[in-house]
Write a protein that binds this ligand. Structure first.
Ligand code: NAD
Length: 488
């Protein structure tokens, strides 16, 4: 390595470790295209080293009481609070999100951590009745073993916290596969947890490509639970490999989330939430509201307002900007190609549709907030996730048609409806096939104590975080004992 750029290594057994081969991947600044750092291009041998460290650390970590584990996690929470500025700065640079969004994400990760640290004093089982006289039963939660956690780069510290804290409180040790596009935050977090007192080997990080180092995590028999957040196509591969060896697999996958605007909606509120749903984090959210379904009688009025709003959004990475670039050049090119294809298929671009022309954005991976009208409901862009600041608009006659269209993709992650009618909102909520539905808000995810996950191709039925995450990261054991009255 002749250049002086920072090199990001793996984190195994409490220290940085180079990969077995001298091979490196470049990580570029999404805002200006500059090389930020180089990351080790790990092989399966490196992943196996990390799994060995996690396997060896498991007996001691799982042997602590949940209360003690919770105390150590509480110390990590304190360190996260103390170093929140540093964490936010790191993800702002790595992902290109504006500073206030990066801070918000760190605060979300801290809340997540706090919730699961507190679980150390709960981790409840149940007491059960029995049909046998004198028999008493209760359930306890026990750790699974080594947890392999695979995350994307869109909200990197939130993704790490989302999986790591429930895994650790349940007594598992962790190998985290960091996303290629957010390597440094994973290393910063690893150092932070060590400084806060987490024993070596309990939390390990593997960097590099998913197909090599990530796949090795899924295939290894010593990894008892795999939790993956990412695309539906990779999720399918992971389900196949993990399923074959009967590992527990939790999949949090993509979405093409419908946002319904009824004829009785408060249009200004609907525009506010539709814009946030479609364009915040540059549309790189599994829960992005990328299909906007509007009643015919308010379609023109709503469109005019939403287009004006989209055109008023400020691009850039400074404080106060609404959206930054997308994560890498390849993703930018894929999104632009998808927009071109949509136009070929009859889509009308209402705003955006290209990269911005201003010179300040020329080297970055920017895309203007884009709204496309007139596509068939079966067109690729109408029903496939694109993971960028692009939404399609669809006109419907009534709530039945809106529901049918909302349910017409393979996904089922989130949905939102804007209406003043409680009856209509609740009817829609009951019938939409999504894991989360919001009335008069945006297509947003949940809070740390609430379950999140999707129907259909958005997942495989598990829910994280909330108390439901404990089902992903623990084995439930039913213990029974018999009181013999003749022994009293
Ligand atoms: P991706 O599937 O390409 O990659 C995600 C992670 O998986 C990366 O760390 C990558 O290195 C790794 N990976 C890739 N191939 C692998 C393999 N064969 N085995 C093991 N690991 C592998 O996804 P992405 O493009 O980085 O992220 C965007 C996707 O994530 C979108 O589809 C989005 O909807 C989804 N997402 C879902 C949620 C949710 O909670 N449902 C949240 C955020 C993002």
């Amino acid at each position: 390595m002749a250049d002086s750029k920072m090199r990001i290594l793996n984190w195994i057994n409490g220290e940085e470790k180079p990969a077995e081969v001298d091979s490196w991947l470049g990580k570029y600044n999404p805002h200006n295209g500059e090389l930020l750092c180089r990351i080790v291009n790990s092989t399966e041998v490196d992943t196996q080293d990390a799994i060995t460290a996690a396997t060896e650390a498991f007996p001691d970590w799982s042997g602590l009481t949940p209360v003690r584990r919770g105390q150590i996690l509480t110390d990590i929470v304190a360190a996260m609070k103390e170093r929140a500025g540093e964490l936010a700065e790191c993800i702002a640079v790595e992902t290109g999100k504006p500073p206030q969004d990066a801070k918000g994400e760190v605060n979300g990760a801290i809340l997540q951590a706090e919730y699961f640290a507190g679980e150390g004093m709960r981790l409840y089982g149940r007491s059960l009745t029995s049909g046998m006289p004198g028999k008493y039963c209760h359930t306890v939660r026990q750790p699974c073993g080594v947890a392999g956690l695979i995350v994307p780069a869109n909200t990197p510290i939130a993704n790490i916290a989302w999986k790591t804290f429930p895994a650790l409180i349940c007594g598992n040790t962790v190998v985290l596969k960091a996303a290629e596009d957010s390597p440094r935050i994973a290393l910063l977090f690893a150092r932070l947890v060590k400084d806060a007192g987490l024993p070596d080997g309990v939390f390990n990080v593997i960097q590099g490509r998913g197909q090599a180092s990530g796949a090795a995590l899924v295939a290894d028999e010593r990894v008892n639970v795999i939790s993956f957040t990412g695309s539906t196509s990779v999720g399918r591969q992971i389900a196949e490999v993990g399923g074959k060896r009967l590992a527990r697999v939790s999949l949090e996958l993509g979405g093409k989330n419908p946002f319904i605007v009824c004829d009785d909606a408060d249009l200004d509120q609907a525009v506010h939430w539709a814009s946030l749903s479609a364009f915040s984090n540059a549309g790189q959210r599994c829960a992005a509201g990328s299909r906007i379904i509007v009643f015919k009688s308010v379609f023109d009025a709503f469109c005019d307002k939403l287009v004006a709003k989209a055109q008023s959004l400020k691009l850039g990475v400074e404080a106060g900007c609404d959206l930054g670039p997308v994560i890498n050049k390849r993703q930018q090119q894929l999104i632009l190609a998808a927009i071109d294809a949509a136009v070929q298929q009859g889509g009308e671009i209402l705003c955006g549709g290209s990269a911005p022309t201003a010179s300040e954005f020329a080297q970055g991976n920017y895309i203007l907030p884009t709204l496309i009208n007139g596509l068939a409901e079966s067109a690729e862009l109408s029903c496939k996730e694109i993971f960028g600041p692009v939404a399609t608009l669809h006109v419907v006659g009534d709530i039945d048609e809106a529901l049918r269209l909302a349910n017409a993709t393979e996904y089922g992650l989130t949905a939102a409806i804007h209406t003043r009618s409680v009856d209509r909102g609740m009817w829609f909520a009951q019938h939409i096939k999504t894991g989360l539905v919001n009335i008069n808000i945006g297509t947003y995810g949940s809070e740390p104590h609430m379950p999140f996950g999707g129907f259909g191709a958005s997942g495989n039925g598990t829910r994280e975080p909330g108390v439901e995450a404990l089902d992903v990261y623990s084995e439930l054991k039913n213990i029974a004992f018999l009181v013999r009255e003749d022994q009293l």
